[in-house]
Design a protein around this ligand. Structure first.
Ligand code: AHR
Length: 656
């Protein structure tokens, strides 16, 4: 524990004795009236393939351009000897494959080397499942040798793991072998050599996946970091990625299902968006496709919330109306949305339900929510949303539809779109706000005055972008925690909230802050992750009314930077308090609505989240430097006290 954490602990434990030095505030928490239910979907996650979040991230595949489908078929590969690329392979939507032929000299080699995503991360003692589709085009027998190699090493024995695979016959077959790594190297490469008898061999869909990948699909540490959040809702696959740079590169979910070998690649929307962050090798393999998203939702216990294209290409990138689908030509897009619902929920006797079953999931995924469009704006959005709403309502009246309020947290578009969403009968409206500290500090009461009769709120993308410090740091996460008390207090209208974006590879990011960072072997949960975790862990079932001098605690003038909310969870009560001021403050908790002789509540514990590294975050080297600590918290009765240190977030747990 760092020295500051020790002293914060001391301040918090010695709360009562500090009361005289610090300002006293009194929270009245009404135990008589139980407020709005907190939706199971309240806190969740938003996944977008940005920052190498899918390929090179959550998708456990270690081989880049595994099917030779990038426009430059050998991007990510080095070839040596006699290698050619052909395009009449066994998978019609991924037709390219590599042909390895005898180099013509016995002291020469033919083969391929894959660089992975910023290298291939390999750990000593761990197993890796290698597979490849292959054939000997002329029939007969051939062979390949596969090696995991550390290119940095010198000398004769660069490889540290090696195996030989015999290939036979002119039919395409899948060959599989498990290899164990003897060393740890975050930047290994995979080599494939043509071996004696050096018969010509064709290779397609070369794959290497850690044997410990969850279900053979998801990188284990990253999937665990999601599951630990206990997310109630899982929004995917974007973000702008849904819209695409143009309609051709939009996320077409139908390309992301069926056998992985036959999913056509897509150019990633974030490939070359920022001049200082160019990734010409950023493509979507769709290995992490809609089936895998639905499956992950099920594994981590979230409700899936897919977003489909509404026929608008990314509005940031396209000013011309010709970039978008005309309203009277939307039918195929609407059909895609309806087919997606069938894919998720349809019987196995339906076309898309049958495909789901074929992929391994005969039972429906029980989809309840569907977003149409990402953060769209202007009248061109409602014009397109309307026919989607009509068609979805007609075919699937129970599906709840999520519309957009545009990219801004307020302003003309926001003011125009909310009433439009209400007019169209959207069930939820997705709000996005990447905003600086001052904005977060000013928004504690944001939802207090929202129309209770309109659509519900989905805070679908938000993160505190520090002013001049547009990156993850503890202070930004504290302000997110403060803001979230307002989401919680308004649980009657706020039904979902997801931080954004979710993942970032340290060598391949385009956007920050992000919730979880990683390299090829390690991952780190940010301070913001811990805030999300605390809200997920202490979500509760119903809101309780908490007041200070008769007012909600929203960081308003005179409230000394305090933000607070309270919830009930069975016989437990969780009170969340963010102290955004630089002064420790003593608090009184008065539990009201009780009879005079009622024993009141018992303090169980408190969880304190604080750090002296105000503008820093955890790192891959120090992943746990900033994390909440559980502390004793004792006492009982109708009135209790505690001190909240300066710049801290606490969850107080009481038992009734
Ligand atoms: O999360 C990054 C981007 O931010 C998303 O793609 C978009 O919806 C928002 O503008």
């Amino acid at each position: 524990m760092t020295s500051i954490r020790k002293s914060l602990l001391a301040v918090a434990v010695l709360g009562a004795s500090l009361t005289l030095q610090a300002q006293t505030h009194s929270f009245d928490i009404d135990l008589k009236k139980v407020g709005a239910p907190i939706q199971p979907t309240m806190y969740g996650i938003f996944f977008e393939d940005i920052n190498f979040a899918a390929d090179g991230g959550l998708y456990a595949e270690l081989v880049k351009n595994r099917s030779f489908e990038f426009p430059n078929a050998l991007q990510g590969w080095k070839s040596f000897g006699n290698v050619g690329i052909l395009e009449d392979g066994p998978f019609d939507r991924c037709p390219h494959y590599a042909r390895l032929k005898d180099p013509g000299h016995k002291d020469k080699q033919t083969g391929l080397e894959n660089e992975g995503f910023f290298g291939i991360g390999i750990e000593a003692g761990k197993d890796y499942n290698f597979s490849v589709w292959a054939r000997v085009p002329d029939g007969g027998n051939g062979a390949i040798r596969i090696e995991l190699v550390t290119p940095a090493s010198m000398g004769e024995n660069q490889f540290f793991t090696q195996d030989r695979i015999r290939i036979s016959g002119a039919e395409w077959k899948k060959y599989e072998v498990t290899i164990k790594s003897r060393v740890t190297d975050p930047k290994a490469v995979l080599r494939i050599f043509l071996e004696a008898p050096r018969a010509t061999v064709d290779l397609e869909h070369v794959s290497l996946v850690p044997a410990d990948a969850l279900r053979g699909i998801y990188r284990k540490d990253l999937a665990l970091a999601l599951a630990d959040l206990k997310p109630g809702i899982f929004r995917f696959p974007g973000g702008c990625i849904v819209e695409g740079t143009d309609l051709d590169t939009r996320y077409n979910w139908k390309n992301s299902v069926g056998p992985v070998e036959n999913r056509p690649i897509n150019e990633n929307r974030w490939e070359d968006t920022f001049p200082y962050r160019l990734y010409p090798d950023y493509y979507q393999s769709y290995g992490l496709g809609f089936y895998e998203f639905f499956l992950l939702s099920e594994i981590i216990g979230s409700e899936p919330l897919p977003i489909v294209s509404c026929g608008l290409a990314c509005q940031f990138q396209n000013d011309d109306m010709s970039a978008h689908v005309p309203v009277d030509e939307l039918d195929p897009y609407i059909q895609d949305a309806l087919d997606l619902i069938e894919f998720a929920n349809g019987g196995t006797d339906t076309k898309w339900g049958a495909l789901r079953a074929e992929m391994g999931h005969p039972a429906p995924f029980n989809l309840k929510f569907l977003g149409v469009g990402n953060e769209q704006w202007d009248s061109i959005y409602p014009e397109r949303l309307e026919p989607f709403v009509k068609a979805i309502r007609k075919a699937y009246p129970d599906i709840r539809i999520v519309g957009s309020s545009g990219p801004n947290s307020e302003g003309d578009q926001f003011d125009y779109l909310w009433p439009e969403m209400k007019r169209l009968g959207a069930d939820l409206v997705d709000e996005h706000f990447y905003r600086p500290e001052a904005w977060f500090l000013s928004q504690g009461a944001r939802y207090d005055s929202y129309d209770r009769k309109g659509p519900k709120v989905f805070a679908g993308e938000y993160a505190c972008h520090g002013t001049g410090r547009k990156y993850n740091h503890f202070h930004a996460s504290l302000l997110e925690a403060a803001f979230m008390t307002g989401l919680e207090r308004n649980a009657d209208i706020v039904h979902m909230a997801t931080y954004a974006p979710l993942f970032a590879h340290v060598e391949g990011w385009q956007w920050r802050p992000d919730l979880i960072w990683y390299d090829n072997l390690r991952s780190m949960r940010t301070a913001s992750w811990h805030v999300q975790h605390l809200y997920g862990e202490y979500k509760g079932e119903n809101v309780l009314n908490l007041r200070m001098n008769g007012a909600a605690v929203t960081g308003a003038a005179g409230q000394d930077g305090l933000f607070a909310s309270a919830v009930k969870d069975g016989n437990l009560i969780y009170v969340k308090v963010a102290n955004t001021s630089d002064t420790a403050q003593s608090l009184g908790f008065n539990f009201t609505g009780l009879k005079k002789n009622d024993p009141g509540v018992k303090a169980v514990k408190r969880v304190l989240f604080a750090s002296d590294r105000l503008y820093e975050d955890n790192t891959l080297d120090e992943p746990d430097a900033i994390a909440p600590v559980e502390m004793p918290f004792t006492g009982s009765g109708q009135a209790l006290e505690a001190v909240v240190p300066a710049l801290s977030f606490s969850v107080f747990v009481f038992e009734r």
